[in-house]
Design a protein around this ligand. Structure first.
Ligand code: C2E
Ligand code: MG
Ligand code: MG
Ligand code: MG
Length: 282
């Protein structure tokens, strides 16, 4: 069908590219605007500890609601923000919002068992020369105990620059903050690197959790990661648990920390504090 139709196809592809490029530029300008008027919000998703039947930590996740388009998910704008450098402002905003959240609600969160909050860092911020000073300044501004904040860095970020990663991790850990490797299993890091990293925990990527216990490959990978984390003295947390079967499988394998819709969906912090407030009123 396409034979002899070459010119039209080229025109079609270029029109397609054109509209993709326009969409991207539109999103970029919206994103810049969102940054300048701080149109973001943070949600938290608590992480369940099977052994104590309590939420122990919570992950901070950014949310962006555009007046015309509604909620735009992070997967749709974080990559663009990284490409354009806008991510620097976003990450700094998230750090401040995280500290503000902990300053305002840390006590109430602790009362329900939550010891701290973890936030995601992009590669740009993580490798920025000024990150550590900025973190310290913001902690001080909000009176934050650094041990209540954890930073999530993806496995693929770490392999970009192992020495640099170790240095930043050590500085953050020296003041008491925690580091976890996010999306673990997707980044092809070698075991010899992993052993050298000053980290606290591994987060098993949701893509491995999705099809357990049915998929034998994912079962093998997941149990291998759990066993390895144990040998390396790292805590391990699985993300994306949606079913009872996934939860039971993980517990059988020795993974007791879990984050997923099965336990709680990401929501504004007040959602998790409401029952507490109500209990206090009663
Ligand atoms: P991530 O750090 O791996 O975060 C986990 C993602 O999995 C979140 O998506 C969360 O809502 C989702 N999730 C948790 N449990 C379940 C589940 O049971 N089922 C399903 N289907 N999904 C689940 P979200 O919030 O859309 O964020 C996507 C990614 O965007 C994050 O992956 C992270 O890489 C990035 N991101 C989110 N917030 C921030 C931020 O504040 N700063 C930066 N730099 N990146 C962020
Ligand atoms: Mg994360
Ligand atoms: Mg992840
Ligand atoms: Mg992810």
């Amino acid at each position: 069908k396409a034979k002899g139709d070459g010119r039209n196809r080229v025109a079609y592809f270029s029109a397609e590219l054109d509209s993709q490029l326009r969409d991207k530029m539109r999103l970029e300008s919206k994103l810049r605007q969102a940054v300048s008027c701080e149109a973001f919000e943070i949600y938290i998703q608590p992480q369940y500890d099977y052994k104590t039947s309590k939420f122990r930590w919570a992950e901070v996740l950014i949310r962006w609601e555009d007046p015309e388009e509604g909620f735009i998910p992070p997967d749709k704008f974080i990559k663009l923000a990284e490409e354009t450098g806008i991510i620097n402002d976003i990450d700094q905003w998230v750090l401040r919002a995280t500290c503000k959240l902990w300053a305002e609600h840390g006590e109430a969160l602790r009362a329900i068992g939550i010891e701290g909050v973890s936030m995601n860092l992009s590669a740009r911020q993580f490798y920025s020369k000024t990150l550590f000073a900025y973190v310290e300044a913001v902690f001080e501004e909000y009176g934050i105990n650094p041990s209540c904040i954890s930073f999530e860095i993806t496995e693929s970020m770490v392999i970009e620059n192992i020495e640099g990663a170790i240095e930043t991790m050590e500085r953050l850990r020296n003041i008491g903050s925690r580091i976890s490797i996010d999306d673990f299993g997707t980044g092809y890091s070698s075991l010899s690197y992993l052993k050298r990293l000053p980290i606290d925990s591994l987060k098993i990527d949701r893509s491995f959790i999705m099809d357990i216990p049915g998929d034998t490959n994912d079962v093998a990978i997941t149990s291998a990661i759990i066993a390895m984390a144990e040998k390396l003295n790292l805590s391990v947390i699985a993300e994306g648990i949606e079913t009872k079967e996934q939860c039971e499988f993980l517990v059988e394998q020795g993974c007791f920390h879990m984050q997923g819709y099965y336990f709680a969906k990401p929501a504004p912090v007040r959602t998790f504090l409401k029952p507490q407030l109500n209990a206090a009123v009663e």
